[in-house]
Design a protein. Structure first.
Length: 299
């Protein structure tokens, strides 16, 4: 009985010790698994931090897209639905511990954030593609607008007659003058004022003499008349600043000059308002005053 009592006590003590060991002490496998789990948690936190950083940068790009780029290039703003979808982001604090989640839950959480970020990046890429088209179109438009003077006029003294009612040099009556007259020596080079196609290059028998019409994009046309000689030919593509002929006095003209006109969608427009590409503000003001003088035209 004593032996049995001793054995029972030993057995009970062993059971208690084993139970306590399982409860408060880790096995080598458990230690390894816990170490791996801690490592996974650390990597997960770093991944979450990286995702949040990318989300912040993407939000900054979206803000520049909506509030700067689309304004500059006059692009249509993003719709409210598009803006809301781009704003969707998991703003969960990186410091928040997710250890209670299972491995599957952690993976699902990361995959959800990645899918959300990828969707936003895809939408932003589409938005930038749209902007790229606007930029290309805007670039074409800026190149097409007739925005320089048709002859060299650095001293701003060559505008002889402006747009509007002027005295006809032949009939001596008030007559609408549809362009600007630039007085300069015979043979002065005449430049295309914007990119376009030569619509017509010929001698006009009704008064314009040697003249050229250039059709630009976006509804613009320019007209160059009374030239001594034409260099450009009908159908030719020309660039802004390219020489298309030389100033003369052909047709109905009282002296060497270039008659220059600008049209927008078939309507005659004062060319003076388009010389912003090669004039400083004070020079532009001076040339406007010269063009407004109520004098006699040269054609």
């Amino acid at each position: 009985m004593r032996v049995l009592g001793v054995l029972s006590a030993i057995l009970l003590s062993s059971v208690i010790i084993v139970a306590l060991a399982f409860k408060y002490m880790q096995s080598p496998n458990e230690k390894l698994m816990n170490k791996e789990l801690a490592h996974l948690q650390e990597k997960y936190d770093l991944l979450q931090e990286s995702l949040q950083s990318q989300a912040v940068e993407l939000r900054a790009l979206q803000t520049r897209d909506q509030e700067i780029y689309r304004v500059i290039f006059e692009a249509k703003p993003l719709s409210e639905d598009q803006q809301n979808s781009l704003k969707k982001v998991n703003d969960e604090s990186v410091a928040k511990k997710l250890s209670p989640l299972s491995n599957d839950a952690l993976i699902d959480h990361v995959e959800s954030n990645l899918a959300q970020l990828q969707q936003r990046i895809k939408q932003q890429a589409a938005s930038y593609d749209t902007l790229a088209k606007y930029i290309a179109k805007r670039k074409e438009m800026l190149a097409s607008i007739p925005s320089i003077q048709p002859i060299s006029n650095k001293q701003l003294t060559r505008i002889a007659s402006g747009f509007g009612a002027r005295i006809d040099p032949i009939y001596k009556i008030d007559k609408f003058h549809a362009g600007l007259d630039f007085a300069a020596p015979l043979g002065t080079p005449v430049y295309a004022t914007g990119d376009g196609n030569i619509e017509l290059a010929e001698y006009n028998t009704t008064g314009y003499g040697n003249n050229i019409w250039i059709r630009h994009s976006f509804g613009y046309r320019t007209h160059y008349a009374h030239m001594l000689k034409l260099k450009a030919r009908t159908g030719q593509r020309v660039k802004r600043g390219e020489t298309i002929g030389w100033l003369g006095s052909t047709g109905k003209s009282t002296g060497p000059h270039l008659h220059y006109e600008v049209e927008k969608l078939g309507e005659k427009i004062d060319p003076i308002h388009f010389f912003y590409n090669d004039l400083k503000p004070e020079e532009f003001e001076q040339i406007v005053k010269l063009a407004q003088a109520g004098n006699q035209s040269l054609d």
